[in-house]
Design a binder for this molecule. Structure first.
Ligand SMILES: Nc1ncnc2c1ncn2[C@@H]1O[C@H](COP(=O)(O)OP(=O)(O)O)[C@@H](O)[C@H]1O
Ligand SMILES: [Mg+2]
Length: 239
């Protein structure tokens, strides 16, 4: 489903080059829910941006659904992203003066006007994220948790086969986080969506099939729910 090989990413600022990703290899199966954890600055968001085709790697390859992102033009990548990828940004990135419903509908306008079918999808999503009563409210008047739910609905409105989420519960309390994670894992199960979620919260990571620990631009450790010592590992982490 997702195949990443030898991925590197450098940022140049003046004369200085920072190597943020230093050779990442990663395979994610269709329908798998993967959590990425690791210290701040270790390259997690950068990896997600590359996976979502929002930026291009310095070296290495990313293929999703057998399409090689590195071989696409910027325009092709944009079209690919719209079709297959949902992105939940760390800071939501909602359009502040649009309503809840308009924000969720936004990605759908890219291929024409809203049909009856598209409106039905929006309505169902409003319901699943519990925002039916707030559909006419402007995004800048919402609480953090409500904005996060709008961002999730917007990311899912195109029925993407891959959902990329950058700390989707980062600014939420435990109860709200649990609600959001419940939603994400439900979409994962019901629609066989592939999910890659960056998180600093082991509680959130516990919802995933596999946890990837990132350190200094490389994958440091991988722990799978299927592993014998998974429970012990989690208990240690939480202690
Ligand atoms: N556009 C950019 N230009 C320059 N440096 C960047 C850019 N994006 C990220 N970085 C640097 O890359 C490193 C990793 O960032 P990031 O991927 O956001 O880490 P994480 O999400 O794990 O906290 C940081 O040191 C950050 O300053
Ligand atoms: Mg980050």
């Amino acid at each position: 489903m997702i195949n990443v090989k030898g991925l590197t990413k450098e940022f140049k600022q003046g004369q200085e080059i920072t190597q943020v990703l230093k050779g990442v290899d990663l395979n994610v199966e269709e329908g798998e829910f993967v959590a990425i954890m690791g210290p701040s600055g270790s390259g997690k968001s950068t990896l997600l941006q590359l996976l979502g085709g929002l930026d291009i790697p310095t070296e290495g390859e990313i293929s999703i659904n057998q399409s090689n992102l590195s071989e696409m033009t910027e325009k092709e990548r944009t079209i690919f992203r719209r079709k297959y990828i949902g992105f939940i940004f760390q800071n939501y990135q909602l359009l502040p003066t649009l309503t809840v419903e308009e924000n969720i509908a936004f990605p759908l306008h890219a291929d024409g006007s809203l049909t009856k079918e598209k409106n039905q999808i929006i309505y169902e999503l409003l319901d699943s994220v519990g925002l039916k009563g707030l559909r006419q409210k402007r995004a800048n008047l919402l609480s953090g948790g409500q904005q996060q739910r709008v961002a999730i609905a917007r990311a899912l409105v195109n029925r993407p086969s891959v959902l990329l989420a950058d700390e989707p519960t980062g600014n939420l309390d435990r109860n709200k986080a649990e609600e959001i994670l419940g939603l994400i894992s439900r979409f994962n199960r019901e629609n066989n969506q592939t999910i890659i979620m960056v998180t600093h919260d082991i509680f959130a990571a516990g919802f995933a099939d596999r946890i990837i620990l990132f350190r200094d631009g490389v994958i440091d450790q991988v722990i799978s729910r299927k592993d014998e010592d998974y429970a012990k590992y989690m208990a240690n982490f939480m202690a």
